[in-house]
Design a protein around this ligand. Structure first.
Ligand code: ADP
Ligand code: MG
Length: 372
């Protein structure tokens, strides 16, 4: 094994088996990992002191608690029913995923392939693309939960996992601040400096999900780009999700490229059965209605549309709505507005809101009011 020793005054010591050597500033040549060599300096083998290790340990514990709380439930319709939640493990349905080579060739892939890639050490900058509502955030949430519950083998490869919602990044533009703002309790004992030091020295044990690169406020843009472009924490594994574009501006910086396609036709049925877990009849009738219409079938491969259709199916008491997709959308909007209105305590304010949302929504609302 070749080791580069940088900085002044370092001494290279060649030792026999089971020896312990203290080295000031070590860089491993690419392709070699900390696991394969003993860098014991009296505390651990990552070049950090006891205080830093303790901070990282306590951070991991807090992260797990946070993720178990925040990721174990999905709120499928947060805009009108904050209280309506489904357990992630009950409702999560495998997504159809493809991967794209550097030459742009797309081929079929899977979530398990993605998982393997994460820990393969072959790539550590991954872009996950997909249309709005296709399941990118839910995909991150599922992986985050798997790490928190230590359910699957891959999770053990990472001491720390940070899943950041880029839309919520508000101040400073520093990764460490976003971690403290979004993921740790305000009164945490974790020391910022110690944690930062641990992350730097144990990059290969750190996984970062950056959810919604396309939703990023400009204040943080340069830091996220630095992270993706390896100018910052180059050995950490970074997964960025983004809305699909013709040719994504990050493609030249990444070494893994996945595209989420949504549900397959089979998984739409499986999703509906899970959604109507306690009403088999509703599930079956909705599945047969969808199967009879190609357009609606295609529409529901987008998970967000599948959710909306289930909501509408509940609201419309399983009435048929004709076979036009535009009519279906109209009814979905009316259904959302109805539920939203139910939640609102000040109807006047809500009317203004509807005007803001869109003229089309407003028209539908007026129509519904006239019908009511
Ligand atoms: N794999 C999945 N299993 C079950 N439901 C899903 C899945 N993916 C997405 N959904 C549902 O679709 C909604 C939209 O998905 P989301 O992850 O927010 O999409 P995106 O981030 O791509 O815009 C979620 O709130 C969830 O209810
Ligand atoms: Mg999202």
């Amino acid at each position: 094994m070749r080791i580069n020793v940088q900085g002044d005054g370092n001494v290279v010591v060649v030792t026999g088996d089971a020896s312990s050597v203290k080295i000031g500033d070590i860089r491993l040549d690419s392709g070699e990992s900390f696991d394969s060599v003993d860098f014991s300096n009296g505390h651990n083998n990552s070049g950090v002191g006891e205080a830093e290790s303790a901070s990282a340990k306590s951070c991991a514990k807090l992260l797990r608690a946070h993720y178990l709380n925040s990721s174990s439930k999905i709120h499928p319709t947060p805009w009108f029913e904050a209280g309506f939640q489904l357990r992630t493990t009950d409702i999560y349905t495998e997504l159809e995923v493809t991967s794209r080579t550097e030459r742009g060739v797309e081929s079929s892939s899977s979530e398990s392939d993605f998982r393997k890639r994460l820990v393969s050490g072959r790539c550590n900058r991954i872009l996950v693309e997909g249309e709005p509502g296709v399941g990118k955030s839910t995909f991150c949430r599922k992986f985050t939960l798997d790490w928190a519950t230590d359910d699957l083998e891959w999770a053990g490869n990472f001491d720390l996992l940070f899943t950041l919602n880029l839309r919520q990044v508000t101040r400073s533009g520093k990764l460490i601040d976003a971690i403290f703002d979004q993921l740790l309790p305000e009164d945490t004992d974790v020391d910022k400096g110690h944690l930062e030091h641990f992350i730097k020295k144990n990059q290969d044990k750190v996984l970062i999900f950056l959810d919604g690169v396309d939703e990023l406020e400009s204040t943080w843009k340069s830091d996220v780009l630095k992270l993706v472009k390896r100018r910052f924490l180059p050995q950490a594994t970074v997964v960025a999700t983004s809305r699909s574009t013709e040719r994504h501006h990050l493609v030249t910086d990444i070494d893994g490229h996945y595209i989420i396609k949504g549900f397959t036709l089979d998984s739409v049925s499986s999703y509906i059965q899970k959604y109507f877990e306690s009403d088999e009849g509703a599930a079956e009738s909705l599945i047969s209605m969808i199967e009879a219409d190609d357009n609606i079938q295609i529409l529901t491969t987008n998970p967000l549309n599948a959710v909306l259709l289930c909501v509408l199916w509940e609201d419309s008491e399983r009435a048929l709505w004709g076979n036009k997709v535009t009519e279906l959308y109209r009814q979905i909007i009316v259904s959302i507005i109805k539920r939203f209105l139910k939640k609102m305590t000040h109807p006047c304010h809500s009317v203004k809101k509807f005007l803001e949302i869109s003229n089309q929504s407003y028209q539908s609302w007026v129509k519904w009011r006239l019908m009511a």
